[in-house]
Design a protein around this ligand. Structure first.
Ligand code: CA
Length: 228
């Protein structure tokens, strides 16, 4: 699940990005309003975390432009200002929620999950499916054959990526950049280990096997005809 953070305070932005990544989200971070606006216009984010006070285009103008352009991704405003006027203005412009700095990360995460649960995500697919495997994106839950499967945040993110692009061979480098947000030029072992763990949970106890290794290329999730 992909989120965008627009925050000009470098430390705050990095802190949010790290926390949300650890919670299993794929996070893009940018530090000014213009970049944020362009990213939000071109990428299908499930949620946008938008700082109000930005050096170039402020959060209000970004939100107004996004809504005018028909972009419906939920927006959570962050601001240091705590007046009734600001709250009212933000909500009138179409912000979905509002968080006043300083805040604790746990509260931000709770708000993010609540907004995502409302199901107004732009891709309009609260669950992803392949064969009898289902991913509930808002609740971060996986089930196979009706049985709950406990996954770590990274395992869920990896599985989500594979299922979103089912039938497609994903190179290790792509998986590394999408799930770990890093380039694994030398050490793709991390990915192989994660795939092995994922297989042990979602494939070993079940038939048919869904995760496939494509030698020399990468990994793919796919179901035999007629099961998905
Ligand atoms: Ca700011």
């Amino acid at each position: 699940m992909k989120l965008l953070i627009v925050e000009d305070e470098i430390k705050t932005g990095e802190y949010l990005k790290q926390g949300l990544s650890e919670a299993g989200f794929i996070v893009d971070l940018c530090h000014n309003g213009l970049d944020g606006y362009h990213l939000a216009m071109t990428e299908p984010y499930e949620l946008i975390i938008l700082d109000v006070m930005l050096p170039d285009v402020d959060g209000w103008r970004i939100l107004t432009s996004l809504r005018d352009a028909g972009k419906k991704s939920p927006v959570l405003f962050l601001t240091a200002r705590d007046s009734i006027d600001d709250r009212v203005k933000g909500l009138e412009l179409g912000a979905d929620d509002y968080l006043v700095k300083p805040f604790v990360f746990a509260e931000l995460l709770a708000r993010v999950r609540t907004l995502l649960r409302r199901g107004v995500n732009p891709t309009n697919e609260p669950t992803l499916k392949i064969a009898d495997l289902e991913l509930d994106l808002a609740r971060h839950r996986a089930t196979r054959h009706g049985q709950r499967i406990h996954l770590t945040a990274k395992e869920f993110a990896l599985l989500e990526l594979l299922v979103r692009r089912q039938g497609e061979v994903l190179p290790r480098s792509l998986i590394a950049s999408q799930v770990w947000d890093m380039n694994f030029d030398s050490d793709t072992n991390v990915i192989d280990v994660a795939i092995r763990r994922l297989r042990a949970k979602i494939d070993d106890p079940f038939e048919p096997k869904l995760i496939h290794t494509v030698r020399g290329m990468g990994y793919m999730i796919d179901a035999p005809d007629g099961t998905s």
